[in-house]
Design a protein around this ligand. Sequence first.
Ligand SMILES: NC(=O)c1ccc[n+]([C@@H]2O[C@H](COP(=O)([O-])OP(=O)(O)OC[C@H]3O[C@@H](n4cnc5c(N)ncnc54)[C@H](O)[C@@H]3O)[C@@H](O)[C@H]2O)c1
Length: 314
Amino acid sequence: MRSFVVGGAGFIGSHLVDRLVERGPVTVYDDLSVGKPAFIGAHLASGRATLVEGDALDLPRLTAALRDHDVIFHLAANPEARWGLERTRLDLEQGTIATYNALEAARVNGVKKFVFSSSGTVYGNVAEACGEGDLGSLPISLYGASKFAGEAMIAAFVECFGLEGYICRFGNVVGPRGTHGAILDFCMKLKATPGRLEVLGDGRQAKPYLHVTDCTAGLLFVLDHATGERPATYNLAPPDSTSVKRIAELCVAQSPNPSAQIEYGTTPQGWPGDVPRSLVKPDKLAKLGFRVRHSSDDAVRLAVAEVAREVFGG
Ligand SMILES: NC(=O)c1ccc[n+]([C@@H]2O[C@H](COP(=O)([O-])OP(=O)(O)OC[C@H]3O[C@@H](n4cnc5c(N)ncnc54)[C@H](O)[C@@H]3O)[C@@H](O)[C@H]2O)c1
């Protein structure tokens, strides 16, 4: 299997490349805006992966690089939903247009299999557990809107051009080599200011956290086992959730100063567009035979230890 990973030098992408090299040669296409060649350094050195430095917004370059592959994983996106508040074109470009470009490059090259990293943000601000069909409430962030648009575009390319689309809606993904997210944020803050930790929002926000090893296992499972549906769409997350307060406490406990004070904000949301409480139903993927190995709480506990080692050393 010749795999092509747009955004493959980033957090999830580099873990996916760890798995894909077992199946055949891998091309990573990444502009290195966030990702690092070091994340895939061993595979580059062994020749099992090749890095093409390029922008997903450069359609001719992307199209040329994608020639002679069997499957494209599209993972490049704006990494931080909050940034859309300051640059309102960011998610349109890095989400919607970049996804169109990846689809168009696949169409031109006759690459049939297209795997997309979507997100639970497509369900909008809904506190009840959402199954894949529960799209009645629209996304509330520009990031979520761009994922929603990307999914719609995949459905259209599947129908009009015979692509095989695989859409996975991730929970919040955590683990080593993180490039963003609450755990890394908290550990970095505690490194800079060991005595206190400022938390955005009142700490009662709660979301499903997915360990990155479960994320990559789920992506490959969907590629191997999804049948019939066009496009095949799955929630990829544990059924439970973990509060921001719990994450903050675990990060403080693992930091060099375990008696650091945690200072919470007063709002239920961390920022405008943040969904304060969310849950998803992973039943559809479970029926197909896949369950995540880590609950949300387990994934967080494990990831806090992994990220703390990276940030604080030891
Ligand atoms: N991490 C999460 O919690 C989470 C949750 C749901 C969905 N997702 C989605 O999964 C995907 C991967 O997320 P991640 O956490 O690994 O993020 P990441 O930022 O670590 O990885 C994205 C990679 O894409 C690259 N990139 C960004 N813009 C690019 C462009 N225009 N052209 C080429 N490369 C570009 C970056 O350099 C980076 O290596 C994203 O689409 C993200 O929206 C992530």
